[in-house]
Write a protein that binds this ligand. Structure first.
Ligand code: NAP
Length: 277
């Protein structure tokens, strides 16, 4: 008799604010877990901490630049060699530049499109062979994937693409395929929000969630929950933006100058972190 294949969870952006909180919850729930992020150092520290917090858990790490074309096949090989079943793929790695388009560098534009949009598409395609109808894919979108917001044009474009990819693929794979979910957090207290974004959120009185709240929402989604957009006001704005985009044009038009002031506080525009080991 063949031994039963283990069902693993794979989380990208595992060492980020939301990723780290989610890894904790997944290990608590008993998932064998592969954590992926770009830099080795923070991942290795996190691996040791989680191994000591969950001595009976199974957790591994792989440091990989997901913006590169080869990343998806490297991860597929990782699954192939271990003959594992992938029960869960969470595409959480992401970057964001808060700057007017005219000040966004080519590198910042490419990084946002490659990591936020192309990487989840490539990764999902490469890993589908290791999934079945019981598997789930969760893509971390954003309120900004629905609402175009000044200072975030490229980030919004990348997340809007991810939202449509999730919906289309879910419909394409149908009821017998893996469940494809989108989770769209509102502002969350992590390193993603560099100084200017955090200051903007404070000045505008925007609600900010903790990474643990996002991880909790994701766990609820995995259990069949249907709540995809976090934050009551944000859910309403998303709906209003769909039904009455002109209304949001007026509201955000009135706030444009103030928003762009915070945006400029982050210039020179390339707020993306350089990789460090
Ligand atoms: N924070 C928010 O307000 C917010 C709101 C809505 C949606 N989201 C979305 O939620 C997700 C997680 O965000 P977060 O706030 O947790 O971000 P974060 O704290 O900045 O973490 C980002 C993660 O992505 C990894 N990463 C960055 N570049 C990478 C690359 N080229 N290859 C592989 N991994 C890379 C980082 O690893 P290294 O540090 O090693 O590079 C880190 O683990 C993102 O998709 C984000 O767009 C966040």
């Amino acid at each position: 008799m063949q031994p039963e294949r283990q069902s693993w969870a794979l989380v990208t952006g595992a060492s980020g604010g939301i990723g780290r909180a989610l890894c904790d919850r997944l290990l608590q729930a008993g998932w064998p877990l592969l954590m992926v992020a770009r830099r080795t150092g923070p991942l290795a520290v996190q691996l040791r901490e989680l191994q000591s917090a969950y001595p009976d858990g199974q957790v591994a790490m792989l440091a990989l630049d997901l913006a590169g074309e080869a990343a998806a096949s490297i991860l597929a090989d990782w699954c192939q060699v271990r003959d594992l079943h992938l029960g869960l793929l969470v595409n959480a790695a992401g970057v964001q530049a808060f700057a007017p388009l005219s000040e966004q560098t080519e590198r910042a534009i490419l990084a946002q499109i490659q990591l936020n949009l192309l990487a989840p598409i490539r990764l999902t395609r490469a890993l589908l062979p290791f999934m079945d109808g019981q598997s789930q894919v969760v893509n971390l979108g954003s309120t900004f994937g629905d609402i175009g917001y000044p200072g975030f044009s490229v980030y919004c474009a990348s997340k809007a693409g991810l939202h449509q990819f999730s919906q289309a693929l879910g419909r394409e794979l149908g009821p017998d395929g893996p469940r494809i979910c989108l989770l769209a957090p509102r502002a969350t207290d992590t390193d993603l929000n560099a100084g200017g974004v955090a200051a903007l959120n404070r000045a505008m009185g925007n609600g900010v969630d903790s990474p643990q709240q996002v991880a909790q929402a994701l766990m609820a989604l995995l259990k069949g929950g249907r709540r995809r957009y976090l934050g009551g006001p944000e859910r309403l704005y998303v709906l209003l933006n769909r039904l009455f985009p002109g209304l949001l044009d007026r509201v955000l038009g009135g706030q444009r100058k103030k928003i762009l002031q915070f945006c400029r506080a982050d210039t020179p525009a390339d707020t993306l972190k350089e990789p460090q080991s």
